[in-house]
Design a protein around this ligand. Sequence first.
Ligand code: NAD
Length: 566
Amino acid sequence: MDFHKLKKLSMSPKRFVSVTNRPTGMQLKESELRLSTISPPSAATVIVDNGNGTREIGRNNSMFDRENSTTSMSKISSKTHRERGAVRIARPSISVPRRRPHDDGMEDSLTASGSDTSEDDESDTSPRDHPQANSVGFADFCVRNMKMAAFGRREIELAEQELPGLMALRKKLRAEKSLRQAKIVACLHLVAQNAVLLETLMEGGAEVRCCACNVISTQNEVASALAEASIPVFAWRGQSEEDFWWSIDRCINATDWKPNLILDDGGDVIHWMAKRYPDALQGIRGIVEESATGVHRLHQLTKVGRLPAPAINLNESITKSIFDNLLTTRESIVESLKRTTDMMIAGKQVLVCGYGDVGKACCKSLQTMGAHVVVAEIDPICALQACMEGLKVVKVGEVIKTVDLVVTATGNKRVITREHLDRMKRSTVLCNMGHSDNEIDIASLRTAELVWERVRPQVDYIFWPDGRHLVLLAEGRVVNQNCSSLPSLVLSITATAQGLALIELYTAPAGKYKTEVYLLPKKLDEYVALLHLEPFDAHLSELTDEQCRYMGLSKMGPFKAGNYRY
Ligand code: NAD
């Protein structure tokens, strides 16, 4: 079980009082603070702040109890809302001490960790304002709090147990040192499993400088553990946009250090280097990109002749697309929704935008739970696939007024626009499974007439002047990365593929790869799978010589043609 994710569930009272994007003139008043206690967002009470304290209007038994919330919320006119102050949800004042399933004797370290629950996480000061050093005086890093390092190390060690393929690769790299003198800028989700990947690359002889590809997915304790191991790491949970780019910059721009490999998840490193350090791109020997969004960027660079080096598109590697895009998503969408909203999925009307790998997995998972799912697609092939699975294909505008839940999974931008958001019914839950936070037009919601209320970590209510509210998860960022646990075995598969792709680009003889975007060679994809068969006690059959001749295959693979659809 992943402690980090468990910790996300346990919310300190303090978390409930943070209000995001409160428009100027609507500052949180002292009187508002007293209502915040530990309790799920169900059984909430609707309050109007009239400037002299608070007034209870009515009680809303559930986030999804539209009957009740309509009655109470409709009493709040837009005039009341705008002129008197913020509409918000307060919780009844029962304080339930939430014990975490793994709290046995670990309270201190859990609380000291960098999860949502940490006091340190809520610190107003940026880690950039504090000089930091580890126990041996190394200072080339920036993390939230070095006191978390020991706990982070335990998290990393725990993850190692669950990453069989990656640990097998580590053993091989340790012996062969295939990455000697490689200098890798790594921009990825700074979580325990990826820390194992980074340390594996270092076992192979690489130097690594790393930062987070997402401003809220970092496990602070893990970042601290890496810093304690004297690894240059620039990442903490809750970075601002500026912190994010500053961290990437610190990874690229270091004294006496020129990167020659890029490990990217979202294309941000390559974007920043092209913008700020075009000369440094000359030294890049290879790029490994994890996400569909980043791969899209690489293709755009190729089109205009600005791709600096051969790149491997891991997103479409067989193992990644089967196990990560499909299986991780299938396992984590429901968990994300449950952890954040406690919602009952059965019977809900759900719109899933995008019916690619991720969309398909979301549909499957939500349907299994009894939801009524409809799909929005632009591609007729994917749309037909959806039809053949018994799903109705609709335009967003046709259903947006009636759905209870919207999930975006397109890799595109502004799939859900402000116009859609204005038309949604009360309490509709919005979440994004795509890489970027612009699939839902969140920016359009940061306007003076809308009030944001943070009701739980990663859960915001956004109130319209008429009292209607939407429930936004993870501020529109990729919801499962931020609100659920991700199966380690799947992460082992993707991390192993990342490691092998880097080795392939770094060790390939000159001329083997042109400056283009490649798929992971099929043989390496098969090798990734092979490294993960052991825990299943799987016994592979072997081709006989006669069968090899008959099929035109080698005993060592690859076993399928490049265009084979698994
Ligand atoms: P994909 O290309 O297979 O699927 C995306 C689908 O969205 C395509 O079928 C496309 O036709 C459709 N689409 C594009 N624009 C649309 C629009 N305006 N309206 C409706 N449909 C539209 O990609 P994928 O592998 O499914 O990944 C989707 C996103 O999820 C990417 O951003 C990717 O980086 C991300 N991703 C997330 C996870 C996760 O765990 N959350 C895992 C893998 C990938």
